[in-house]
Ligand binder design. Structure first.
Ligand code: B12
Length: 146
């Protein structure tokens, strides 16, 4: 019987993004892959995400965005998270429709990785890539606490 505590994720929409079905999709995906999720919902201000992350120190922070402004919004969010020493080791990933086309979303990825994201998940491979990332982060968590 599985007795290990589940890895924990904090999930949020980007500050300007009011879409919610994407968040529900990502929450279910995380849960189906064995994670506990605190879904903060849409239009999450960076300060609120930082407060929640500091309160719980999750194993993963996940941002979902589809309104086309995500690549811009994502900058202020990662700057706020990476300004906190206590969150330095927490992986942060972002996925969805980051810009108004898939090509632009892919073009935005290197800049977001350089800004501090650990993974930028866009296009057809977003979900399988995310599932691999979840397995990797969970395995690292269990190895650290073994
Ligand atoms: C429903 C909808 C709305 C509803 C939202 C209701 C709600 N409660 O969510 C309403 C009418 C409110 C709305 C508003 C707006 N919308 Co709208 N909306 C849609 C629509 C039709 C469906 C979105 C949806 O729910 N899909 C279902 C979910 C499950 O799928 P998804 O969101 O696509 O997410 C998938 C992937 O992106 C990915 N994914 C998402 N996040 C993540 C995260 C990770 C980690 C991973 C791995 C994967 C992942 O996985 C999901 C499943 O495949 C889309 C068009 C479309 N057909 O997609 C436009 C769309 C998202 N909207 C759009 C826009 C522009 C807006 C507005 C800005 C319009 C306006 N001018 O006011 C506003 C948003 C205002 C704001 N402040 O954000 C654009 C975004 C442009 C872009 N990115 O290219 C779209 C694409 C329409 C279009 N073709 O132009 N919208």
């Amino acid at each position: 019987m599985e007795t290990r505590p589940k890895p924990r994720a904090v999930l949020a929409g980007t500050p300007s993004d009011s879409h919610t079905w994407n968040l529900l999709f990502v929450q279910l995906l995380l849960e189906e892959n064995g994670w506990t999720v605190h879904n903060l919902g849409a239009c999450v201000p960076p300060a609120m995400l930082v407060d929640e992350a500091l309160r719980t120190i999750p194993d993963l922070i996940v941002l979902s965005t589809v309104n086309g402004h995500g690549a811009q919004d994502a900058r202020q969010v990662i700057a706020a998270l990476r300004a906190e020493h206590a969150l330095a080791e927490v992986p942060v990933s972002i996925g969805g429709k980051l810009c108004v086309s898939e090509d632009r979303s892919r073009d935005a990825a290197p800049g977001l990785l350089a800004a501090g994201y650990d993974a930028v998940l866009v296009g057809d491979t977003a979900v399988p890539d995310f599932q691999k990332l979840l397995a990797r982060v969970a395995a690292q968590r269990y190895a650290r606490r073994a």
